[in-house]
Design a protein around this ligand. Sequence first.
Ligand code: ADP
Length: 283
Amino acid sequence: MEPHTTPGTAPKVRARAVTRTFGHGTRQVHALGPLDLDVQHGEFCCIVGPSGCGKSTFLRIVAGLVRPSGGEVELRAGRRHPAAMIPQDYGIYDWKTVLANVRFGLDVQRVPRRAADARARDWLHRLGLADFADAYPATLSGGMRQRVAIARALAVEPEVLLLDEPFAALDAQLRTILQDELLAVCQATRTTALFVTHSLEEAIVLGDRVVVMSARPGRVIAERRPPFDRPRTGAMRRAPRFAALRSELWELLRDEVQRAGAGAAAPADPVSDPVSDPVGKPS
Ligand code: ADP
C-alpha cells in the first residue's frame, strides 16, 4: 500500500516499513507492521485499531522509547523538543507538586529554574490549574491530573505530541471538555499530534485525519478525513455525516476486530456512554 501522505510537503513524522517483534522462538509476537505513515506539520492525526494491534508500540517507537525491529521512523526536528508522550495512566509523579510535575521536562532540559517556573506557570494558567501549583496530584480529580499531564507534555514545546488514549478513564462530559482544550492548544501552538483512541467518535471529533489499523501486526489499512470545519462543536455529533463516517469507520474495522479475536480487552459499554464507542464492539 502507498504510504499515507500529502504530496509535495515534507512530513513531520515519516514512518516506513516499521515493524516490531517482541520475544523469541515460539513466544515471539509480531506486534506491528510493516507500517507506513506520514504525519504533516500541525496535523492532528488519530489512530484507531483493534486492541493489541500495536498502536501503543508505534507511539513508543515514534517517542524513541522502543526501537523498531525493522524499518525506520524519521521525526523532522526543528528547534523544538522532538516528542512528548502522554501515556494512558497520565504518567505524573505523585511525590512532586503540580508545578514540579509541569516543570519536569524543562528541568531535564536544564532550562534555568526561573524561566522553567515561569513557563510551567504559564501552562498551568492556560489549563486552568493556576491555583493548584503547590498541590500534590493525589489531591486532584482525574480531569485535573490529566490536565497536569497535558501541561507537562506541552511545556517542553514538542514538535510532536503523542497521546495514548489519554481520556479513556474520564467521564463523558469531562472528556468532551478536555478534547476541546487539547484541540485549542494544539491549534494555537501548531503542535503536530498523534492520538491513539478506542473511540471512533473521539477520533472523528479531534482528527484532521483518522487512520485505521489492521489487527496485529498492525498496518495502516485506510484513512478518512472528517469533513467538518473547525472549530468543531458538539452539534457536529448529531450531523448525519458524523453518523455516516462513524459507520464507515466501523465497517472498515469490523473484520479486523473479529480477527483480533476474543482475546481483546472487553470494551466499555457504548450504549451507557454515548461519547465512547470503543473499537471492539459494534455500536
Ligand atoms: P495496542 O496499543 O494496539 O493495544 P500494543 O502496542 O500495546 O497494542 O501491543 C501490541 C502487541 O505487542 C500485544 O500483543 C502486546 O501484548 C505486545 N507487546 C507490547 N509490548 C510488549 C512487551 N514489552 N513485551 C512483550 N510483548 C509486548
